[in-house]
Write a protein that binds this ligand. Sequence first.
Ligand code: PEP
Ligand code: MN
Length: 257
Amino acid sequence: MTGGPRLVLRERRPQGTQVRLAPGLAVGGPAFVVMAGPCAVEDAAQIRDAAGAVAAGGCPVLRGGAFKPRTSPYSFQGLGAEGVRLLLEAADAHGLAAVTEVLEAGDLPALEGVALLQVGARNMQNFALLKALGRLRRPVLLKRGPAATVEEWLLAAEYLLDGGNDQVILCERGVRSFEPSTRNTLDLSAVVMAKQRTHLPVIVDPSHATGRRELVVPLSLAAAAAGADGLLVEVHPRPAQALSDGAQALLPATSRL
Ligand code: PEP
Ligand code: MN
């Protein structure tokens, strides 16, 4: 027996896996699913305005971090359980599903009602967290680590399936490279390889991949052309006042940028 991926492999389920987020809403099916919203839930008005814009744009899933993994301990850390409550309230008002990050298993009780649990890039190899989520029967969005190989990413997903949870969506969000003009470098070849090697849906986050608003729409189109099943995109009603990632946030009603 080798230690390589097994349960995630395409030959295990050639028709592909559909991850069901809500009645009539699945990722990995025929629909291209766009998840959008601010980096972090900041206050009631901000997430309410964002939800309105996301719904008006036809996106079925609202994003917004409540438990935030920040590089600096001095940066805004998120509103925690109160942020989740505000996110769900704003999503419910428009019939949207919600996606937010789970930083540690202990946060799970506060994440009741969240349709999709995001494992952030920095936590991709937090094996204790992956094992805890593998024991759940709730959809998980697994971001690729900024320095993880495709094999390591697939093996992280393998932890979830090995635990019994096959409701897993992979998300490419850029890898660290030598190029300083973008926050990360979007690796679209990894998207194609993950689609070919596994039966799991794959989405792309062009916001964290680039860090630059003007690159988000072109790379979203490139992701769709590469065969992605959807997108995770940051949108903020007032990006200049954002507490995190304002420079990469699309503005509401921005159809071209
Ligand atoms: C996020 O999507 O909120 C986030 C923190 O992204 P990443 O884990 O990819 O850095
Ligand atoms: Mn962000």
